[in-house]
Design a protein around this ligand. Structure first.
Ligand code: RFL
Ligand code: PHB
Length: 386
């Protein structure tokens, strides 16, 4: 097969890029190792910044988001006995949207289907070749067992933190940074109306807790747990009890309901030393990963898609490689901003069990509650106005 851009990975980065390019008349083929059903059901992000929403609108997949998604003016930050609303709309005039990544995947798949764009789900042995040349290629075995090769001018590595694209770059570890945090999140999805109108981020000496949502009838909740924790030790009752304790507030009650999904996820910050090698470009989680506390991963991926998309359009329409060669530096400015913000939110809100650290965190949060400049800083970073 021959195409202009070979895209590895049908997560949000891969499909957003594919749609972005298609609307500019540029062809791409997407290769994904999981099934469509698996990717569409994979529970991850829920919070979108303005510029990610703008990109989804631009690539023609924002209609259901605006109809079914929930626009939030801010978030609540809590310490024991105090819950404060940080009002982004009032502080800086921007809002955020709650809309599940599962729904974004479905909308992107539907748009690709409608446009007849090929996505090779359930592929195996995906390998990159000749990335130093002008004619790189991707080989794989399709779901029917046929060996396939895609010849392209550009490869976009949109295959997440564990995919093969980053590994294909020689010396990629040079200048790469990684921090693995000493805590994990236990995440649950529950069939119960949210007990809050906007997200709650709660500091508590037992550990961080968070209340998010997916709709009027589905709540998404998280608890800080030890990375060695076994999910089998967390009965539904124990989870509700811990959530209620960590988010307790006089006059407020956490509504409980059937838990439909629960798992434990590790938290890391990672920035790849290189986002480009020859005609291979890393996009989204393939090039950088953040802990979810700042809600930045998918939003940073949308930023990459726009910058790389612009470079690719310039390359094919004007024959210039300058946009492609500027991609890494352009994207990294945002990547380091979101890396810092996610690290800051994470380290401010997760407890270590050390009383000195607790007091520093509480002091920082109390200062933030009183200080409009700090709230404005949080708001700008959270809504992604850079
Ligand atoms: P993905 O989503 O990991 O997609 C990569 C795709 O590549 C495929 N793949 C391969 N394909 C072919 N061959 C191979 N060998 C392959 N290996 C892998 C994978 O199957 C997959 O389909 O990366 P992408 O597209 O860059 O998107 C990144 C986002 O998914 C991620 O940053 C966010 O989910 C992070 N995140 C959040 N981001 C936000 O902006 N706001 C949030 O509120 C938010 N909440 C979250 C989150 C991530 C979470 N988890 C589970 C880590 C909440 C959670 C709990
Ligand atoms: C989510 O809804 O899953 C979510 C929202 C905000 C975050 C992290 C996760 O910071």
């Amino acid at each position: 097969m021959k195409t202009q851009v070979a895209i590895i990975g049908a997560g949000p980065s891969g499909l957003m890029l594919s749609r972005y390019l298609a609307l500019q008349g540029i062809e791409s083929i997407v290769v994904e190792d999981r099934s469509r059903e698996y990717v569409e059901a994979r529970i991850r992000a829920g919070l979108l910044e303005t510029q990610a929403v703008n990109l989804l609108d631009e690539i023609g997949v924002g209609e259901r988001l605006h109809r079914e998604g929930m626009e939030h003016n801010g978030i609540y930050l809590q310490i024991p006995g105090e819950r404060h609303h940080i009002d982004f709309k009032e502080l800086i005039g921007y809002t955020v949207w709650v809309y599940g990544q599962t729904e974004i995947q479905k909308d992107l798949d539907a748009a690709c289907d409608k446009a007849g764009q090929p996505i090779y789900y359930e592929s195996s042995n995906v390998e990159l070749h000749n990335i130093d040349s002008d004619n790189p290629s991707v080989s794989f075995v399709d779901k029917d067992g046929n060996a396939q090769v895609i010849e392209a001018s550009i490869i976009a590595g949109c295959d997440g933190f564990w995919g093969p694209s980053r590994q294909a770059i020689p010396g990629v570890e040079v200048g790469s940074f990684e921090r693995v945090y000493p805590y994990s999140w236990l995440g649950v999805m529950a069939n119960v109306a949210p007990s809050t109108d906007e997200l709650i981020y709660a500091w508590h000496p037992d550990g961080f807790a968070m209340h998010s949502m997916r709709s009027d009838s589905v709540s998404r909740l998280y608890l800080q747990v030890d990375p060695t924790e076994d999910i089998a030790n967390w009965s539904d009752d124990r989870i509700w009890e811990a959530l209620a304790k960590r988010m307790a507030l006089t006059g407020w009650e956490l509504k409980e309901g059937p838990i439909t999904e629960k798992n434990i996820l590790a938290m890391r910050s990672f920035v790849s030393g290189k986002l480009q090698h020859g005609r291979l470009f890393l996009v989204g989680d393939a090039g950088h990963t953040v802990p979810p506390t700042g809600a930045k991963g998918l939003n940073a991926a949308a930023n990459d898609v726009r910058f790389l998309g612009e470079g690719i359009v310039e390359f094919f329409k004007q024959g210039s490689e300058s946009g492609l060669n500027a991609y890494s530096d352009r994207a990294k400015e945002t990547i380091w901003r979101v890396t810092h913000f996610s690290w800051w939110m994470t380290t401010m809100l997760h407890t270590s069990g050390n009383e000195f650290d607790n007091q520093l965190q509480l002091s920082q949060l109390k200062h933030l509650f009183k200080n409009k400049a700090l709230q404005t800083n949080l708001a700008q970073n959270y809504v992604g106005i850079r």
